[in-house]
Design a protein around this ligand. Structure first.
Ligand code: CA
Length: 418
């Protein structure tokens, strides 16, 4: 049922081989001009295809796709159909849009002129903890006298309900939060700006439909509920987290901001990059067993750009295959108690780390809780945690034969506390 665009497909819009948004990708976002601010668009190369112009021109039947003026009503089936229409209009040998200069100038505009917004109105945000290497590293640091993984870790995808209202789109700055922290030697906590501001490299997915409260979802239905995928930077204040997280989990250490990449990459585009996940031992309970592979071969990278540097420096490289629990398992676990999943829910994977130091998805791990500072090669600056003015840039892509299906970037600059 998926619409997979061939590796050798070409568009009349020229896209380099290492670009994240060739015709094989065609992700969805919201970035139309002020006249149609909520309308859905598709990214190709450095251009944006405005779907409302195609509706106006009759190239997309409005009666079949009324949701194009609000992402909120879109489901995976609509996306798949629209993506197929967009592919058809953009392929190199179709003159319909290519040779209609007046329409083309309106329908296809430079990304530089787009006002990229958060793609979906996010009603709920759940953050999982499915990166086993990250969970293990944090366990070693925060609970050194115990086994790194708690007994439930390999039985269920651990998660918590995060704060949807503070999810931001890439480019928006994050304000350094204030809160309680407590030094191990101190008798009582103190209040002030976090001294341990960190990033977390994660993948996220949106749901595009809901279930009735009280009626559990099945892992086999994940494809129907899934809208698409984004990159997530789950900003974290480690000193606040360490003091507040027991017994109910993180609270203010996480709720001040979460950044996502703006382009929703479809399952159809990711189909060629599906892979089996790690062998799970013990075998999960039946409701967590999927028939299909729900891991993806996505290269992931984090860079830091301080104010003194002329260009960013890569500080971590890993792969989404490092997740222990798959996206489908996260979905199935979230919905198994009958809670109502809704369109526009965001589910983040948890920090994705590899097994080697250069592959860790947070500064907490990369500097081993501040013990081993990272050195910025260009300026000699050292970083244990983030400083004001630092920009964190995350990117991710799947490498196909002669093309990439990428996510672009999720970027955010740290502002001083107020
Ligand atoms: Ca997280």
């Amino acid at each position: 049922m998926s619409f997979i665009i061939r590796a050798d497909a070409k568009s009349w819009i020229d896209v380099p081989a290492d670009h994240h948004f060739p015709i094989q990708n065609l992700p969805f976002g919201v970035g139309c001009p002020t006249t149609h601010p909520e309308c859905v668009c598709i990214r190709i190369g450095d251009q944006v295809l405005h779907l409302w112009t195609l509706l106006d021109a009759g190239l997309i039947p409005e009666e079949e796709f009324p949701m194009l003026c609000s992402f909120q009503d879109m489901d995976r089936g609509h996306m798949s159909d629209i993506r197929k229409i967009a592919y058809d209009l953009l392929r190199a040998d179709n003159p319909l849009l290519r040779d209609n200069e007046a329409l083309r100038d309106q329908a296809v505009t430079s990304i530089d002129n787009a006002e990229i917004q958060i793609p979906v109105l996010i009603g709920a945000y759940v953050d999982f903890y499915s990166g086993i290497n990250h969970a293990s590293n944090v366990g070693k640091m925060f609970r050194p006298d115990m086994p790194p993984l708690l007994p439930n870790y390999k039985e269920l995808p651990v998660g918590y309900n995060g704060r949807a209202s503070s999810v931001m789109v890439s480019g928006e700055p994050v304000r350094r939060p204030k809160g309680q922290t407590k030094d191990a030697s101190a008798e009582r906590p103190s209040f002030g700006p976090t001294k341990e501001l960190d990033f977390e490299l994660e993948m996220g997915f949106f749901t595009g439909r809901g279930n009735v409260l009280g009626e559990p979802v099945s892992i086999d239905d994940f494809t129907d509920y899934l809208l698409g995928f984004v990159l997530v930077n789950d900003w974290s204040a480690r000193d606040m987290q360490r003091w507040e997280y027991q017994p109910l989990g993180p609270f203010l250490a996480k709720s001040f901001g979460t950044s996502i990449s703006p382009w929703v990459v479809t399952l159809d585009a990711l189909e060629p990059f599906r892979v089996a996940g790690p062998k799970q031992d013990p075998q999960p309970l039946e409701y967590l067993r999927a028939k299909e592979n729900w891991h993806f071969n996505i290269e992931l990278e984090v860079s830091i750009h301080t104010e003194k540097m002329s260009k960013p420096q890569v500080v971590a490289h890993t792969n989404a295959q490092e997740l222990y629990w798959s996206f489908a398992q996260q979905f199935a676990h979230q919905g198994v108690n009958g809670t109502n999943i809704e369109p526009g829910d965001l589910y983040a994977s948890g920090t994705i780390s590899g097994t080697e130091p250069g592959s860790f998805g947070s500064l907490l791990e990369l500097t081993w809780r501040g013990r081993d500072a990272l050195v910025m090669e260009e300026t000699g600056e050292k970083r244990t945690f983030l400083e004001d003015g630092d920009t964190v840039i995350m990117t991710g892509w799947c490498q196909g034969e002669g093309y990439r299906v990428g996510f672009g970037t999720v970027e955010g600059k740290v502002l001083a506390a107020v």
